[in-house]
Design a binder for this molecule. Structure first.
Ligand SMILES: Cc1cc2nc3c(=O)[nH]c(=O)nc-3n(C[C@H](O)[C@H](O)[C@H](O)COP(=O)(O)OP(=O)(O)OC[C@H]3O[C@@H](n4cnc5c(N)ncnc54)[C@H](O)[C@@H]3O)c2cc1C
Length: 456
């Protein structure tokens, strides 16, 4: 039935239709996390909003699951499913920047690389993720944490409007002035409410930043983490760096005999005046002896893609996450126990600061509720060999179990695993019931259920 119908769909869309009979199917069904091995019924590589409407109608009318994919970075693999219709937005990446109004309108499948390159040409940027291959879609809808969060808020805080294809196949605008309830829910509520075919963002004057990674000995990790928790409380908001557990990759700025060893690193980013960068980062050079560093002025998109090679497509992924208000001595002890045991060079643990501008948004002003958390921690297990899945997943779980008692109940939905669905309600705190109301209004039959799902 649906194979014939897929043929009809071919006549309705201007983008590409890919089924198991097509030669590109094996490649087209891959997502970033190679642990996800699913065989969708049809992949619709959409060319515009009309194609998204046709795909949503097709899924609904044929009672097929609908998966939505932008940058395909979802760790639980929400961008695909067996037997599903996949709305693949990777062909929709146009970005138009208006330097007069400091805004950018980007199609729903753009990656941060395309977005940052377009805005950088005008000396402008907005908060995005730290890896350039991540999609703006999934990242923004879940919140959006990156180097610029302390200064300019989350990515979703910089969203000024969105064009949305609903479960009924309607094309709506959501903003402060139109479909306000939908706009509220899109900012943190994930892909639950429709397919966003274009996002409009506010931009800020950021061209060059001063930053890069600094490596410390494991013996100094406690001092660096203790320094960080105090420093970040009142650090200027132009400072957007974070500490990370990381095995040293074979890079020229790291002494060769230290490659492959675990370190506590600090990824620094000063987005204020470049000439103030060195002084702004001085405390980090003073807190402990520096083993190696690669810090200096660089274009913002350069820092944003500096770590892309550590996370190529095709790795196995398993992640866990928590929000943290206080990085207590006990929490630091748990980090010191588990951080140095990183099992793979691709794996990492980041303690992102989300205070500053993120705290100036009221917890009920957008769907993203944790406006009082100082940090968002991600334990990102990433490794190449499926034979090592058990060990790597055990490391992530062990780290998570040790730090969870010192963290908030909720975690950032974009960093959470597929087995974290029971934490969705606590993640949204008091906003959950309102999100469920919006879900009932725009997607009463839960067409958009392949996500960290808010049930209607
Ligand atoms: C290597 C890596 C680095 C990351 N770094 C960061 C980071 O620095 N900061 C951060 O905040 N997060 C980061 N993340 C997490 C990231 O925010 C989520 O994985 C997010 O879901 C990725 O979005 P995507 O569009 O690439 O993913 P996809 O897998 O394409 O999409 C994930 C889900 O988001 C929804 N979605 C995506 N696009 C749309 C759209 N246009 N309309 C409606 N729904 C949509 C759908 O439900 C979809 O299933 C990172 C993830 C990875 C793997």
């Amino acid at each position: 039935m649906a194979t014939t119908a897929a043929g009809q769909l071919r006549d309705q869309v201007s983008g590409e239709i890919i089924t198991a009979e097509d030669p590109g199917y094996e490649e087209a069904r891959k997502v970033h996390n190679a642990m996800i091995d699913r065989r969708p019924r049809v992949i619709v590589r959409c060319a515009g909003a009309d194609d998204v409407v046709a795909a949503a109608n097709f899924a609904r009318e044929n009672e097929l699951d609908l998966a939505v994919r932008g940058g395909s970075h979802s760790v639980p693999g929400f961008g695909t499913a067996d037997d599903a219709v996949v709305v693949d937005l990777s062909g929709m990446q146009a970005v138009d920047v208006d330097p007069e109004t400091s805004t950018a309108r980007a199609q729903g499948g753009a990656t941060w690389r395309v977005f940052n390159d377009a805005t950088h040409a005008h000396g402008l940027a907005t908060t995005g993720g730290i890896i350039s291959t991540t999609g703006i879609g999934g990242l923004t809808l879940g919140g959006g944490i990156g180097y610029l969060s302390r200064g300019f808020g989350l990515s979703c805080d910089n969203l000024s409007s969105a064009e949305v294809v609903t479960a009924e196949g309607e094309v709506l605008t959501a903003s402060e002035r139109a479909n306000e309830d939908l706009f509220w829910a899109l900012r943190g509520g994930g892909g639950n409410f429709g397919v966003v075919t274009s996002f409009e963002y506010r931009l800020h004057p950021v061209r060059e930043i001063y930053g890069g990674p600094i490596l410390y000995e494991l013996d100094d990790a406690a001092s660096v983490l203790r320094f960080y928790r105090d420093f970040i409380r009142d650090a200027p908001e132009e400072f957007g760096g974070f500490p990370a557990w990381q095995i040293a990759p074979p890079l020229p700025f790291i002494p060769e005999d230290r490659h492959g060893e675990p370190f506590l690193i600090f990824v620094t980013c000063w987005a204020g005046p470049i000439e103030e960068g060195e002084a702004a980062l001085a405390p980090l050079r003073e807190v402990a002896p520096v083993v190696a560093e690669h810090v200096g002025p660089m274009p913002y998109p350069a820092l944003n893609s500096a770590f892309d090679d550590l996370v190529p497509a095709g790795l196995q992924h398993y992640w866990k996450a928590n929000f943290v208000k206080e990085l207590t001595d006990e929490a630091i002890d748990a980090h010191l126990e588990h951080g140095p045991k990183l099992p793979a060079v691709n794996s990492t643990v980041h303690i992102y600061p989300i205070n500053g501008a993120c705290h100036r948004v009221a917890p009920d002003a957008t769907a993203f509720a944790y406006r009082d958390a100082t940090f968002a921690t991600v334990i990102a297990g990433m490794w190449p060999d499926p034979a090592q899945n058990e060990d790597n997943i055990a490391w992530v779980r062990g780290f998570y179990e040790a730090t969870a008692p010192h963290s908030e109940e909720g975690g950032y939905i974009n960093f959470m695993a597929g087995d974290d669905q029971d934490r969705i309600r606590v993640n949204y705190r008091g906003n959950y019931d309102r999100l469920a109301d919006v879900k009932r209004k725009y997607d009463p039959d839960n067409l958009f259920h392949l996500n960290q799902n808010i049930r209607p």
